[in-house]
Structures are given as C-alpha cells and as structure tokens.
Design a protein around this ligand. Sequence first.
Ligand code: PEP
Length: 253
Amino acid sequence: MGIRKPVVAANWKMNGNKQLVTDFLKAVADSGASTNIDIVLSPPATLLDFTQTQRDSLCKDVILAAQNMSQLDNGAYTGELSAQLFKDVGCNWVYCGHSERRHKYGESSKLVAKKFIQAKKNGLVPVLCVGETEEERKKGKAFSRLTSQIEAVINLAGKDCFDNAILAYEPVWAIGTGNAASPEIAQEAHKFIRGMVAAMRQECSENIRILYGGSVKPENAKELFSQPDIDGGLIGGASLKPHDFVEICQAAK
Ligand code: PEP
C-alpha cells in the first residue's frame, strides 16, 4: 500500500452497546491489528465517553470518530452536537456526508462542506464520504456525481482543503446491501478521485488516504485493499462483529 498508512474505520451507525465497545477494543488489542494501520472506531455518540475510557486502558492506538457533527459552534440547537463536544470525549476524526446523512436526512453537498470546514477549524480530521447512487451509475453519471460532491467542498474550503483530511468512496448501491463494488470498479473511482485532488495539488494527491466503503467483509477485503488507489476501508455492518473487523484490518496490512 506504498507511502500511505492504511486506515480501517468502523461505523457502527445506530447500533452497539457498552459490551460491544469492550469486546471490540479487546479483539483489536489481542490481535495486534493496530500495528502499522490506523484503526478508527465510531460508536453512537452516547457511547463515546465510555469508549474513550475503555480505549485508554485497553487499546490506546484506536482513534475515535464522530459519525456526524453540527456545522455550528454552539448555542440553542436542541439535539445537535458540536465539534468541541466531540473533542471533549476524545474524538479526533469525524465523518462528513455519509450517504445516510445525505439521502435519509437531506444533507446537501453545501451543508456537508460547511461541516467539513467546521471539523478542520476545530482540529478534527474530516472523512469526506462521496458516492453515486445505482441510478446515477446506470446512467453513466457516477463520475459527475463524485465531481459535484468533491467540488462543493473545494469551492467552500479552498484548494488545500484535503491536507490533513481523508476521503471515502462509498457507492450508495453498495452500502449495507452485501453487494460490494468489484475491485476494478472501486479502483477506477478511487483513481478518478485521486486525479481530482492531483489536478489541484499533486503532493496532496500522493498523500491523501482514500477509503473504500460498501459491504466490505473478510472475504473481499484483501482484493479491494490491494488496489493501488485504495488505502483501506470504511466498514459498517462487519464492524459490529469484532472478529470480522479484525480480519478486515489484517487484510489492510
Ligand atoms: C458504511 O456505513 O459506511 C458502510 C460502508 O456500511 P456497510 O459496510 O454495512 O456496507
């Protein structure tokens, strides 16, 4: 996987509990999975404080991420959670624009760009998630969709926005369906995304880590992760099974 340190990130979505936090961290620690790769855990926000404490005693290397975050600093926004609140419970990374936020909660690319900027302003590493729907792919519009999602961030955040950031290609049709993109399709999209970054800043394109997400399992992880422009994965369903997650991490080495 060359000069870029692989990343394997767990996204528990609205699942999990304290027991799973402990089991997950023990499985990662016992397997030595975090040697030479960045392992990221994103449990529901209510579990973050507990996860931080457990992480510090069981497996210090694991990075904590928020699944979503407000674009605003603080104030009268009932139910929202800010960058500073996440930092207070040990988060260093945050996912921005996960497809479920875009499609189930109507987050526009402009709002996602504001969240991305807010993350950077507060010293959190944003993981910008992009990906086309099945219909867009069928109509030959996959790359124009990726372009518009990435340009929305560049337009608001500037040409050096991807320094100290992560990108994740997550085709909507592959998330939670059991139907992962083939290594060839994923590589083609990752190459396209890296090319977009290169057109802006060559050096950044060589360093930025681009993760693949969408039905990654122990059985398909190795082939996906061995593609030249795939630097690891964003894992949903399989990250709820500590044993499977650890196997996926081993495939990233
Ligand atoms: C995700 O939620 O980002 C994801 C990739 O989910 P799954 O692995 O379940 O497809």
